[in-house]
Design a protein around this ligand. Structure first.
Ligand code: GAP
Length: 507
């Protein structure tokens, strides 16, 4: 089944996963709010990341840095000077586009003008790749073909930035039918600026951090001096980052406010290559272990020409979203670049002294940098399934139990004969350790469907048999299988199921 993005966006809204930010005022482009189910899902993903990458390891510590830092940090990191995208404005529609994500499709139609020349149309389309940009352009070209005849050849496709400056005048922008409305590409810094203190002066300018990573580098010495860490070790941070993206799009995929989950792993220079491979493979396995199992998840090593000048290797973990294959996480071998830059700009010694080898050097860094919102979106896309149950189509989110927002729902079959009391007692007991849900309203089938849509892996129903043999019905979300469990063992059975252990009757 090919997922349509519109269906997922509408489910997210309808069931309270993700809402447009400040929607009652018409929203604000590039900002999103997580609703009651969404906040649980995203928190479970961040918790799983922290548990697996920090808590379970002996070589990792955590950090939580401020969002606004001394602006010199961003000079040292290169963000003030170079963190920009080329942008183009449309004079006619006032739209703004990323020039590096615009492709020009040059069509030649059979109809000729008064000079006997064929009719040309250079249509611009937006997308992360020519394939992504092609779809809306093809629709526009089909309309022109009605007027000028069907072109004999497919259009020549050129990235907008590679079009000769003199030829840009011929391009028809993505949201107009006119030529010559696009401005020259200009560089646009993505950092959000603000002022610290009462005066809005240049000397008080500060930035909302565009990544969490620099807080880690700036605290490298503090951590080494206080946490008794020895190389190799990593520092992890989860937190908000802000980028004034020119074209926020594809739901939460490219937002202006988002959360990152970043690790800076410090090691001896001669060991960095091996640690890079280790993290690249481990991070890929983390996603598959949480249910991103399909061939939609990919690991792509960067070609040498894609690498930043200080990096000897970088890989992206990508996911084939309905809108195209796009990055979830980057794993970069950054050498000693960041610590060296901060030493240069701060004048402080950020080198490391190896007590055993009696050697001083600047550690190398491997950086696995993930986005919590992009991971959440990928898990939503992967989980979304429409299947048929008892002759009816149902929508179900097949989340891995670790990340499912609600772990179980407890229902009394009917609101009498002591069933609600018994159900509530089980619900209260479960709630002490899990996020569970109680529902006594409506037909049982409808209650199951509602939980399927929320991605709840198990339902527990107290029915008439409970009064005779003190057992309850467990139901599995994916297979819809039902089996009975002694009421006294329901809490333990759920725990075991969530831990992936075998439970009698469940298999
Ligand atoms: N410190 C390295 C760094 O920030 P990045 O590739 O720019 O690298 C890392 O960002 C991750 O942060 C991305 O793989 C993505 O998951 C997430 N991310 C970046 N920009 C984003 C945006 N505008 N919206 C949502 N997530 C974003």
């Amino acid at each position: 089944m090919e997922l349509e993005m519109d269906k997922l966006v509408s489910l997210c809204k309808r069931r309270g996963f993700i809402f447009p930010s400040s929607e009652v005022y018409g929203g604000i482009n590039g900002f999103w709010d997580y609703g009651p189910l969404g906040v649980e899902l995203k928190r479970n993903i961040k918790d799983a990341w922290w548990r697996d990458n920090v808590q379970m390891r002996d070589d990792m510590v955590g950090l939580d840095c401020s969002i606004i830092m001394n602006p010199r940090v961003w000079e040292a990191s290169g963000h003030v000077g170079g963190f920009s995208d080329p942008m183009v404005d449309c004079r006619a529609t006032k739209e703004r586009y990323r020039a590096d994500q615009m492709y020009v499709f040059a069509y030649v139609f059979p109809a000729t003008n008064s000079k006997g020349e064929p009719t040309e149309a250079w249509l611009a389309g937006l997308g992360g790749s020519p394939e992504e940009a092609a779809e809306p352009v093809e629709k526009r070209a089909a309309k022109l073909a009605k007027k000028f005849g069907k072109p004999a050849d497919p259009p020549v496709v050129t990235p907008y930035l590679q079009i000769a400056a003199d030829d840009r005048i011929k391009v028809v922008g993505p949201s107009t039918d006119e030529t010559g409305t696009l401005t020259e590409p200009r560089s646009f810094n993505l950092m959000f600026k603000t002022f610290v203190g009462a005066l809005e002066s240049e000397s008080n300018v500060a930035y909302l951090r565009p990544e969490t990573a620099q807080g880690i580098f700036a605290n490298f010495k503090n951590v080494v001096d206080t946490a008794r860490v020895k190389l190799p070790f990593g520092i992890a941070q989860v937190g908000k980052s802000f980028r004034n993206e020119i074209n926020p799009r594809n739901f939460t995929f490219r937002s202006r406010e988002f959360e990152q989950m970043e690790i800076e792993f410090f090691c001896r220079p001669e060991e960095a290559k091996d640690w890079y491979k280790y993290w690249r493979d481990l991070r890929f396995a983390w996603y598959t272990g949480l249910g991103l199992k399909s061939e939609k998840l990919r690991l792509r090593d960067h070609d040498p020409e894609e690498l930043a000048f200080y990096s000897t290797a970088t890989a992206d973990i990508e996911y084939a979203f309905p809108f195209g294959v796009s990055e979830l996480e980057g794993i970069a071998h950054r050498g000693a670049y960041d610590l060296t830059q901060h030493m240069k700009f701060s004048g402080k010694d950020l080198s490391y002294f190896d007590e055993e080898k009696k050697e001083r050097f600047t550690p190398h860094v491997i950086e696995p940098s993930a986005g919590a919102d992009r991971a959440t979106l990928a898990f939503l896309c992967e989980a979304y399934v429409e299947d048929e149950v008892a002759g009816e189509t149902r929508t179900v989110l097949k989340f891995h139990p670790r990340i499912a927002p609600v772990k179980a729902a407890v229902f009394p079959l009917v609101k009498r004969d002591g069933m609600p009391e018994k159900a509530e007692a089980i619900y209260r007991e479960l709630k002490r350790s899990q996020n569970v849900y109680y529902d006594e309203k409506g037909a049982i089938g409808r209650r199951y469907r509602r939980q399927d849509e929320a991605g709840t892996p198990f339902c527990i129903t107290i029915d008439s048999q409970t009064a005779t043999d003190d057992t309850v019905t467990f139901r599995d979300r994916d297979s819809c299988r039902q089996w009975r469990v002694p009421a006294a063992g329901a809490v333990q059975a759920l725990r075991d199921l969530l831990d992936g252990k075998a439970v009698p009757g469940a298999e």
